[in-house]
Design a protein around this ligand. Sequence first.
Ligand SMILES: C[S@@+](CC[C@H](N)C(=O)[O-])C[C@H]1O[C@@H](n2cnc3c(N)ncnc32)[C@H](O)[C@@H]1O
Length: 825
Amino acid sequence: MGGGRTMGGEGGRRWEGEVRPWGRKQHLKPQQSLAFVFRSIVLPSPVSSAPPMEKLKSAIPQTLNLSISQSNPHTLPHTCSSLHDFLNQLPQFHQMVEDLSHMETSLFLKTKKSALEFKLKGNNCFSNGDNSNALRFYTQALRAAPRDANDMGKNLVATLYVNRSAVLQKMGLVVECLQDCNRALAISRSYSKAWYRRGKANISMGNYDDAVRDLKVSLCMEQSLSGKRQIEGELKLILDHHNGKDFPSDVAKYKESDIHDQPQQIQLQCVSTEMKGRGMVSLTDVPQATLLHTEEPYAAIVSKHCRETHCHFCFNELPADIVPCPSCSLALYCSQLCQIHAIGQQLQCDMKNHEFGVDLSSDLEKYVGSVTNASVDGVHVEQIGEHKHECGVNWPAALPTELVLAGRVIVKSIAQRRSFGESSRIVNLELCHNYVQLGPEAKLELHISSIILLQCLHHCYGSDVPLNGETISQCVLLLSQINVNSMAIVRMRSSDSTGPPSSARNHTTNTVEQVRVGQAIYLAGSLFNHSCQPNIHTYFPSRTLYIRTTEFVVAGHPLELSYGPQVGQWSCKERQLSLKEQYAFVCSCTSCSRLNLSDLVINSFRCLNPNCSGVVLDSSVVNYEKQKVNPFRCGLPLQVGKLEHDEVKRVASLLCTETGSAHQIEPGFCLSCGAYRDLETSNAEIRKAEICIGRWEDSLDSVEVPSNILSNALRSLDLLKSKLHPYNKKVAEVEDYLAQAFCSIGELQRAGHYCQSSIKILEKIYGDDNIVIGNELVKLASIQLPLGDPAVEQTINRINSIFSRHYGSHLSIMFPHLQFLKRSL
Ligand SMILES: C[S@@+](CC[C@H](N)C(=O)[O-])C[C@H]1O[C@@H](n2cnc3c(N)ncnc32)[C@H](O)[C@@H]1O
């Protein structure tokens, strides 16, 4: 279950496993093309006057358009150079580049004026006891404040950190409060208020030795008499309670050492395959749940919709004490360490203010040094600096994510090229790409996007990013590499991580959702091919890629993840179409090339013969299934090993007989007994049932589900069951919705019944140990718990076993809700 390659919405190689949240249908989303993204660029004034991409496109002469549409990697330098020459003559193109890359037009520059406005709002909220808004405004002020701005003789950023620390303390967030004090002190060591507030935070945390030292330093720094008296009072109160304890450090938030699991010594090898290009295998047998591979991204970027909620470096959720970029108002980090990773330490050190002005005892002097240097000097930071070149200009916010990611790749390549003394190319990742398979529209968009991106980078890097046919064509190919190789960094989110509902009425079940928080390029990770029935699983506790086997894999067998589509999630036809559309390849994985039971039943009809459990297929399925090799006839093992239920075998009994039979895979005819079903009539009735169910699904979001709608839905389910095969996925989906509806009206017994029925079908089409089943079992456990159903123990054990297989020792980091479920037993 791949994290997800490429650009676009759900369904691509961007979700690590299918998750079916209650009440939401999973639809195939068409790929979001660059055209779409560009059309949707909304640059707030004053940049909104930038000419839309469509205008640029329509200005391009027909002949140039034609040669671009016919271009290939060899002719790219020529077409790129011609388009560049053409665009260079257009005033609106220059205007667009100027709006995107010039600091003067930037919407993300810091200004003291707006910082002071936010500060004032924060102060007002704080005085009125409105802590959450005070927190919000101080954070806004910090985003807006230039790092060298002064406010009433003090550094404005330091003042804002101290103000925010006061709010955090009031909110009981003492660790965050202490961290903000540290940040203020890293800027201004002689800031008495910051030492005082730090002392208070240390008192709350029971760190009395530190609290006393903080207050002593604060006392030395304090100018006013009233202030001195207040600090003396506080010191007096705590001097009797010495009990030195360490406080948690700000830098502890992103520590590689938090993750104990190390990849085992499995030797992986990149091999060439006939159908899929390069691929990865292991040289030895690999047991299930083995951590095979970990890798840092070559470049990574936060998703647009997570910019305000997730750290732009490690992609974890932002805490209350957000650390903004010191140079622009766009980037946000969860800690100073992540900030340094993203922009480099240089900027921090500039801020250091070594003057002190007061004589301290050597003991206190040492203490001050340890506090004010800790956050920047105390840890080894690999300075990636991937955001540095994006600071204070519009293009990183205005251009599509994959284009900004390409910018990060190019900048890193340039830095590497410099250190290796190379100069001929701006980028060469040696990854596969899909340029030749792209349509005319997509090729044109890649040309224009590359020219715009390189213009923006050229503005910052000058001759290091030359603008010519060669460099633009390298960028075009890079974008088509990002198309097929980038992975989505996803996080599992549980809808209820706090606890069970207090009453059965209006119960909402717990669901697990995946959030796409970022997009990244992993060089070795890009060499793993796709299988619709993968044997490895990828996940991202931070921005590091982890790959683990989900089953025993013999030496030399391909190690393959899913780029999105999976057996059980979609039929073979849907998977093939999706992979073709998004990655431009015809999937030749085992599930797409050999008959398997899941693909036969997932969209099938019931046999008319009441004593037969055979499947009836429609023509679109038949066309795909007919092209597959029949493993049953060839004596090959079943590919969906976990589907060896007798009853499922019976539905395809024809296929299981090695001798063959008179029956063929033909639309409308039962594969088992050959009985004919009129699919046109069946489909008409199914459509009626679906309309009724659709109406009912729409009502699920309302507070009360009308009872007549529920009884209609139950009737529709009966109708579907009379036409569709018992393992048709539609039946599972309707039962899942019914479980949700019964939950919402407090009928948990019935909810549990439908939830279980749905899971039984999904087990047949996905296999018992698929992560999807684990996610469905989380819903079931959240129904069984309030019912006091003893079966919940077994459910939770199964969840544990499925998720351990996928996340190994990272299970508690990836899915903290499981701890809660276990405690509830
Ligand atoms: C992320 S790359 C994987 C490594 C790639 N095979 C290579 O040689 O660099 C994705 C590309 O590999 C190929 N590929 C991956 N899985 C495949 C599959 N199941 N069937 C056919 N081609 C596949 C496709 O060309 C796809 O665009």
